[in-house]
Write a protein that binds this ligand. Sequence first.
Ligand code: FES
Length: 271
Amino acid sequence: MSHDVRREDGRFGQVPAGVDAEDPNAHRPEPIDVSVTDTLIDDKTVDELRQIAARYPQSRSAMLPMLHLVQSVEGRVTPAGIEIIAQILDVSTADVSGVATFYTMYKRRPNGEYNVGVCTTALCAIMGGDDIFDRLSKELGVGHDETTPDGKITLERIECNAACDYAPVLMVNWEFLDNQDPDSATETVTKLRNGVEITSTRGARITTWKQAERVLAGYSDDRADEGPTAGPASQLGVRLAAENNWKAPTPQEAADALAAARAAEGEEGAK
Ligand code: FES
């Protein structure tokens, strides 16, 4: 769980799970190396970047999938990738850089083959997400947004995945692993580090992070239909409604009910 610590300025602050209260900077990530100008982006990738830009009426709307395509090739958003996107979209490199540094799905440091995100937002946290993060951080020897020396795993604390009904959840390369605990999470990362293929608890086989990034750029890997789109916990409300013959009110019925409730409140207040 997160805990309080007195900071250098004398005030108290929250230290997130997985961070050593005695040394909050113990897991400070390596600085971003912007001096590397080598790039793996070739003519084929440039063509694909142009194709993505052409899909949108306003070409700069393509910036997000273009950044994902760069990551699928480079393993991160590189200075070269930013430069090429800026040229294609006819915007400044600062425009592209501003977007790439705003969203946490864009990585400025080389990402691992598998991005393991542990949801540590409130519900997952109290259901064990903090404990999972702590165990994985210890097992892997890395903190938030850091990558193991073998380049296999990047560990990340992530915000609510809208999968609270399966809390606590992990995401591996954006595929769900539901109802996890420290032991199951450790088993997962051990398999990944040993090259054992794993599947999401919802059925989809989990690809490498670069392959997943290509899908996010808009290039299908034909795995979208592997596994169900919603499990029993997500469908519980629908099932209960069907069993009890509950129906959503029409807009008029809802408006009438609201007006009646307000009128009743008014009568109550007048007494
Ligand atoms: S809090 Fe973890 S999925 Fe919502």
